[in-house]
Ligand binder design. Structure first.
Ligand SMILES: [Ca+2]
Length: 144
């Protein structure tokens, strides 16, 4: 069921149940279900949204306040096509990790999807296997 929320002059087209966080002209939603990265992407798209692009430290920090601690949450980045070349899930845009806390570990070949992990009061972007069932964050654009 589609519903619409309005804050000021911005309108967010959302799908119930949606607990929107309005940041930088977008709405973000933490999933209630767990899914593989590919399933998560499809689930977001089935709800008029996309797997989230978290491309600044500020956005990472703000969103992390609403995340469960110590577990990874999928977002829309991967290096599935070419190992070590991280791109956002839409438009094949290279990910610029500069200034964004991140940790891409040594098991590179087996960890091709991006997650947020919030632990020890710090949020980082980390690589993780794509096949594990995890919570995920969808985003949708605000419509004026
Ligand atoms: Ca990798």
């Amino acid at each position: 069921m589609c519903v619409t929320l309005t804050t000021g002059t911005n309108t967010c087209v959302i799908i119930e149940p949606w607990c929107p966080t309005y940041i930088g002209g977008r709405c973000y939603r933490l999933s209630e279900d767990r899914a593989t990265w590919e399933e998560a992407k499809l689930n977001c798209e089935a709800n008029s949204s996309t797997l989230a692009r978290i491309d600044s430290a500020d956005l990472l920090m703000t969103l992390s306040n609403g995340l469960p601690k110590d577990i990874g949450v999928y977002i829309g980045g991967s290096d599935r096509v070419t190992e070590g070349q991280w791109v956002w899930a839409y438009g094949n845009v290279p990910i610029n990790f500069t200034g964004i806390p991140h940790f891409l570990n040594i098991y590179r070949e087996h960890q091709d999807c991006l997650m947020i992990k919030f632990a020890n009061n710090t949020a980082t972007l980390q690589d993780t296997p794509c096949v594990n069932d995890k919570l995920y964050i969808c985003q949708s654009s605000l419509v004026n």
